[in-house]
Write a protein that binds this ligand. Structure first.
Ligand code: DAS
Length: 325
C-alpha cells in the first residue's frame, strides 16, 4: 500500500486550542496553526504524507457560510486532484455534525473525507486531539473508506455524517450516532469496519448553494400560537420544528405552521428528544409537513436549507431526502 497523501484543511476548534496551563478548564480554541500542528504530529510516525491548509482558526460556534463555502470548494477540488488521496478536516466539536452533514450532502464519495476534533485543548492533561488525529489519518488512508460519505472520527469511533451528533458537553467520548451508533472502531494501530460502503454512487445528493435562513422552532409545554408567530414573523422559506415526543406540538402552533406551509414554506417536524425516528403521519399530507425521520433538529435544518436552496420545497419530494439512509 503506497503512503496516502492527505490534505488537511484546518478550521480551528479545541483540537488546535490552548489553555496556557495544563490544569485549567477554560481555554481558547483555534490557537495552533496547521503547520505547527503537523510538525507536532510528525513525531508520531503516522503512515501518511500531510499537506496542511488553514481555512480558518475559530471556535466552531462561529462557523459560517463563508467558511463552509471555502471548505466545500477546497474538497471539491481535492476530489479531482490526483495528488490527493483523502481529506481530513480539523474542526471544533460544537458544530461538527452540521459541517459534516452539509459536506456529506454536497460532495461525491469517491475519496475519504474525515472530520476530526478534540474535547480537550492541546496543552491539557489528557489531550485527546493527537489520538483522534492519528485515528482520522488511519481512517482516511484506508482502502475501504471511500463510498461512506463524510466520516467523523472522535473517541476511537468512526461515525457517518448522517448519524452523528455531539451528545455530551465535556466527555472525550462525546459523540453518538443514530440509528447507527458508529460504523467502525479505530485506534492508531487498528481499524475495524462494521459493514460495507453504502454510497457506491459518486454523485452528491444536492448542489452546494447559498443557504437561506431556516429557523428551528423549539416546542415547549404550553407554547402559544403568538409565540410561534413572533419567531416566524419574517416568513422563512424553511422551518424545522423541534417538537415534543415524535415531533408533536400544541394544536394552535400547528395551525400557525399550516399557514406557513400553505404560503410555500418547507415545514419539517423533528424531535427535541435525544434520538429516535419521527415518521410521517396522515395529518402531514393535509398540513403539508415533512417528517425528519432519523435526523435531529440541527441536521434536519441543514437538509431543509439545502433543499430550499435547490428549489425543492414540495413536501413529497423533500420527504424522499429525509427518508434516505
Ligand atoms: N471550542 C468548541 C468548538 O470549537 C469545542 C471544541 O472544539 O471541541 O467547537
Amino acid at each position: 500500500m503506497t503512503t496516502p497523501r492527505i490534505l488537511v484543511l484546518a478550521t480551528g476548534g479545541t483540537i488546535a486550542g490552548q489553555a496556557g496551563d495544563a490544569m485549567r478548564a477554560d481555554y481558547r480554541p483555534g490557537q495552533i496553526g496547521i503547520e505547527t500542528y503537523l510538525e507536532q504530529a510528525s513525531v508520531l510516525g503516522i503512515a501518511a504524507e500531510f499537506t496542511g491548509r488553514q481555512i480558518a482558526n475559530i471556535g466552531s460556534e462561529d462557523i459560517d457560510a463563508s467558511i463552509w463555502s471555502r471548505l466545500h470548494a477546497e474538497i471539491d477540488l481535492a476530489m479531482r486532484d490526483d495528488s490527493v488521496d483523502a481529506v481530513i478536516v480539523t474542526h471544533g466539536t460544537d458544530t461538527a455534525e452540521e459541517t459534516a452533514f452539509l459536506l456529506d450532502l454536497t460532495l461525491p464519495s469517491t475519496k475519504p473525507v474525515v472530520l476530526v476534533g478534540a474535547m480537550r485543548p492541546a496543552d491539557a492533561v489528557g489531550y485527546d486531539g493527537m489520538r483522534n488525529f492519528a485515528n482520522a489519518a488511519r481512517v482516511a488512508g484506508d482502502a475501504e473508506a471511500p463510498g461512506r460519505g463524510v466520516l467523523v472520527v472522535m473517541g476511537d469511533r468512526v461515525h457517518s455524517a448522517r448519524d452523528v451528533r455531539k451528545a455530551e458537553t465535556r466527555a472525550t467520548e462525546a459523540f453518538r450516532g443514530f440509528p447507527r451508533e458508529s460504523v467502525a472502531i479505530v485506534t492508531p494501530s487498528r481499524l475495524d469496519w462494521f459493514g460495507a460502503p453504502w454510497r457506491v454512487d459518486d454523485t452528491a445528493s444536492l448542489r452546494f448553494l447559498p443557504l437561506p435562513e431556516v429557523p428551528i422552532l423549539a416546542i415547549y409545554a404550553g407554547m402559544s400560537a403568538a409565540a410561534a408567530s413572533r419567531q416566524l414573523s419574517d416568513d422563512p422559506a424553511g422551518i424545522v420544528v423541534s417538537g415534543v415526543g415524535e415531533g408533536n406540538m400544541p394544536d394552535p402552533v400547528r395551525q400557525v405552521l399550516v399557514q406557513h406551509a400553505r404560503r410555500g414554506a418547507l415545514v419539517v417536524r423533528a424531535s427535541r428528544t435525544d434520538q429516535g425516528l419521527v415518521d410521517p403521519v396522515p395529518d402531514d399530507l393535509e398540513d403539508g409537513f415533512v417528517a425528519a425521520r432519523a435526523l435531529g433538529p440541527p441536521k434536519a435544518r441543514v437538509l431543509t436549507a439545502l433543499l430550499v436552496a435547490n428549489g425543492i420545497s414540495d413536501p413529497a419530494k423533500a420527504q424522499r431526502y429525509f427518508d434516505e439512509r
